[in-house]
Write a protein that binds this ligand. Structure first.
Ligand code: SF4
Length: 472
């Protein structure tokens, strides 16, 4: 990879442009030019659409070359039979195998491999939780930007991956795992198709499963117990996972309990201003929210679902704020107490989950064990919004340093560690911790070109190009 100047890059592209104008109809070209904005990535959609369409011969050659590609990989890694697409050498030998797969239109096989190295499809780009530690500075949804992938585009991507997988055969793994969220909570995932039909996370999980793709994680910080929509969604989710054939369709259920959630944080702020009555009410809101989540998920204790708890705080010696381990511990006790109360009410009343005292003890003990069963909780990192919560001495790499280091890393081997983010408009970004940078790659989504929310710590003025490395 090399860094080249803007000018050089234009020369490179204009050659492609001249070349293709002779082959393609000029109407398409003018549409692309009209869409050309001052945004530094727009020329790339032009570039993408000007790729020479693959011929049947390209496809047949690619198909013919698959066995020799696998043989080469086996020679390089004796004893191995399965290879990820991105780790194969000489991929250009099978360029054309993607012919006709709509979502990959305009991309070479090397570019597809680059995108599909542990990608995160951002189903929802918004989060109402507003946690004050959020590394990704997630914010609630806005109506001004495309914050969700359309159901059609999600289906097109998953179908495309599956079709490509069928074409290359089982020895080459197209996408080993696909993340489904980043700056959002899975309880909020709600995709729409062009007819306005709504699809929740269960629909997304089902789609991945139907194409034999790896089960995704489910993360949640709970929901407002008064929201009938969310409560119904959570109960539907529990009912779904209770079925033995579904319990492994998620790889893990992560529940997040922390003092950083905006409701609890607000309570702490009110307390510091001596507004104790309001603070108590806010704190109870958060505790009820968490107790309700645990109560609702109770039947999942009797399934094969893997549980994870995201309990985070900052060690006392690293922060002057109240978001420390002590606060987390006190919060956990309150949540467990509230849950015990809820279980007792159930025992005395509806018997929804608790039929006898054995049930009560068993379910409560399980939650105590997974939530409070550790002596040491992981700390959060001083990045994103969390940076402001740490003592200055704890911040080793301030934001600008992290950005510089990512820019440097884009021209060396580090790039393999960066996550690939697939925005709802199909654009691909690279992510290192909380820092992201645009690339010149994009999937052929129906919502291509739509404006999405920029990431909080997105590097501006640079773009990573798959062919030429970092471009300023
Ligand atoms: S930490 Fe998670 S739940 Fe909290 S605002 Fe960020 S994305 Fe949302």
């Amino acid at each position: 990879m090399k860094i080249i100047s803007n000018n050089e890059y234009y020369v490179f592209n204009s050659n492609i442009r001249k070349d293709k104008i002779t082959n393609q109809n000029s109407k398409n070209n003018s549409i692309n030019f009209k869409n050309y904005s001052s945004n530094n990535t727009s020329y790339l959609s032009f570039k993408g659409s000007q790729r020479v369409p693959f011929t049947d011969e390209d496809y047949n050659n690619a198909k013919k070359n698959i066995p020799s590609l696998i043989l080469e990989a086996k020679k390089k890694k004796p004893g191995h039979n399965y290879f990820n697409l991105y780790e194969l050498d000489n991929l250009e030998k099978i360029n054309g195998i993607q012919k006709g797969i709509k979502v990959f239109d305009g991309l070479t096989i090397n570019e597809i491999a680059f995108i599909l190295k542990s990608p995160k499809v951002l189903l929802n780009r918004c989060c109402p939780n507003n946690c004050i530690h959020c590394a990704y500075m997630a914010t609630p949804s806005s109506d001004k930007t495309l914050d969700k992938i359309s159901y059609e585009d999600f289906v097109s991507l998953i179908d495309g991956i599956s079709e490509l997988q069928n074409r290359v055969g089982e020895n080459i793994i197209i996408a080993d795992s696909i993340g489904t969220f980043f700056d959002s909570d899975c309880m909020e995932i709600e995709l729409k198709d062009r007819n306005g039909n709504v699809y929740d996370y269960i629909d997304c999980i089902e789609l991945l499963n139907s194409k034999k793709l790896a089960p995704p994680i489910f993360d949640t910080s709970g929901w407002n117990p008064k929201s009938k929509k969310h409560q119904k969604r959570a109960e539907k989710f529990v009912e779904y996972l209770q079925k033995p054939q579904n319990s492994k369709k998620i790889s893990q259920l992560n529940i997040s309990i922390n003092p950083f959630h905006i409701i609890f944080a607000k309570a702490m702020e009110l307390k510091s201003k001596f507004r104790f009555i309001k603070a108590k009410k806010m704190e109870e809101n958060y505790v009820d929210r968490m107790a309700n989540m645990l109560f609702t998920f109770t039947p999942l204790q009797d399934t094969d679902v893997h549980w994870g708890v995201l309990a985070r705080a900052i060690p006392e010696n690293k922060t002057k704020t109240k978001y420390n381990y002590n606060a987390l511990y006190r919060l956990q006790i309150k949540i467990i107490d509230a849950l015990a109360k809820r279980y007792k009410q159930d025992l005395m009343g509806e018997n929804k989950f608790i039929k006898n005292s054995n049930d009560l003890n068993r379910y409560l003990e399980f939650y105590k064990r997974i939530i409070m069963g550790t002596e040491e909780y992981p700390s959060i990192d001083p990045i994103g919004r969390a940076e402001s919560l740490f003592n200055d001495s704890e911040i080793e790499n301030p934001l600008e340093e992290r950005k510089k280091s990512m820019i440097k890393g884009l021209d060396n081997d580090n790039i393999k560690y960066y996550a690939r983010l697939i925005n709802p408009n199909g654009k691909i970004l690279l992510l290192n911790d909380d820092i992201s940078v645009e690339t010149d790659l994009e999937l052929n989504f129906e919502n291509k070109g739509k404006v999405v929310k920029p990431f909080a710590h997105q590097i501006t003025g640079y773009i990573y190009t798959a062919q030429s490395g970092m471009v300023k």
